[in-house]
Write a protein that binds this ligand. Structure first.
Ligand code: SR1
Length: 322
């Protein structure tokens, strides 16, 4: 489909700088998200000025201050803790710099808040867990508070437990750092050994699900304990489909598509086009069976098989072909 509007002069001239200020950058999800954001920036002839706090919230706050001081044409804040990013987001908004906040509460209605539908992500994964367990069983839960998407998924888990009294959370673990999967694997091993009745792990972040899967396989429990996760990547597909994998279901948006949407929303704001203040990218439930039956080995194949993972109409840019 072709473009339906003329390219704004500042985009045609290549004069637009969008700052992308990240809290985290390691792991499949964040790498693929960035690849999507960079591809969209290239397509729109925009320079993406990239910084990452690498998990250090003070560093992210400083990077954000810097983007404001340098008068970026727009700023995308990718994750972060509300208390560390909101003061600088306010400064950006006061300076008329458009802001797109992905997976963090911007604290101001002036900014566009972009998220995946995290309640639906948890709902879809838990629907699979309930179907497989028949609504009864001991569950290991993986969670770290403070990350907006994980907090929203936790809200769904909390109501799910109330609505399904046969499901018992017997242990909770979780860590987010630069080697989340291996740290979670160590914690999961200890929790599984201490709670031999566990039959399911709710791990709603792919690094959590990879860690839990590793622990289960190392303990030889793959026939008994299954993992219900979130997110998807080519590497995740390999983990889910390998022989004996306990990771049987995941609910996910395509991270690279979400990165594209963030850049499109920021570009629209730079050009003065209206953008919904709450943008949501919906997820799809992806099962191990579906991947194996479809011979799906990579994210491109998956996106072809599940077209709902593409959302060209979320923050559509009228001057760009799609
Ligand atoms: C530490 S937060 C990790 C989550 O952020 C994104 O929303 C991804 O879906 C991932 O699960």
């Amino acid at each position: 489909i072709g473009a339906t509007a003329e390219v704004p002069a500042e985009f045609a001239a290549g004069d637009v700088h969008i700052a992308l200020v990240r809290q985290l950058s390691s792991g499949d999800y964040f790498e693929q998200w960035l690849a999507g954001a960079q591809a969209e920036a290239k397509a729109l002839n925009v320079t993406l000025d990239l910084s990452s706090g690498d998990g250090n919230n003070d560093k992210q706050a400083l990077n954000l201050e810097q983007a404001v001081n340098q008068k970026a044409d727009a700023i995308i804040v990718d994750h972060g803790f509300a208390q560390t990013v909101q003061p600088a987001i306010k400064k950006a908004v006061d300076a008329d710099i458009p802001v797109v906040a992905f997976d963090v509460d911007p604290g101001t209605p002036e900014a566009v808040a972009l998220s995946q539908d995290d309640h639906l992500i948890a709902d879809q994964a838990l629907g699979a867990l309930k179907a497989d367990t028949g609504g009864t069983g001991e569950v290991l839960y993986v969670y770290v508070a403070g990350f907006a998407p994980l907090d929203r998924r936790n809200e769904t888990w909390t109501s799910f437990k109330k609505d399904n009294p046969g499901i018992k959370q017997v242990a909770q673990i979780g860590v987010v750092n630069s080697s989340t999967a291996s740290a979670v694997a160590d914690q999961a091993k200890a929790a599984l050994q201490a709670n031999p009745g566990i039959t399911a792990v709710f791990a709603p972040y792919d690094e959590f699900a990879k860690g839990a899967s590793l622990a289960i396989k190392e303990l030889g429990l793959q026939d008994k304990v299954k993992v219900y996760g979130a997110d998807i990547s080519t590497a995740d597909i390999a983990v889910m489909t390998e022989p004996g994998s306990p990771w049987v279901a995941t609910s996910a948006a395509d991270p690279s598509n979400v990165g594209r949407v963030a850049v499109r929303a920021a570009a629209l704001l730079v050009a003065g086009h209206p953008v919904d203040k709450a943008l949501k990218v919906p997820p799809a439930l992806i099962t191990q069976k579906q991947l194996r039956d479809g011979g799906i080995t990579g994210i491109e194949q998956l996106v072809e098989a599940v077209p709902a993972l593409q959302t060209p109409d979320v923050a559509r840019v009228p001057w760009a072909a799609r």
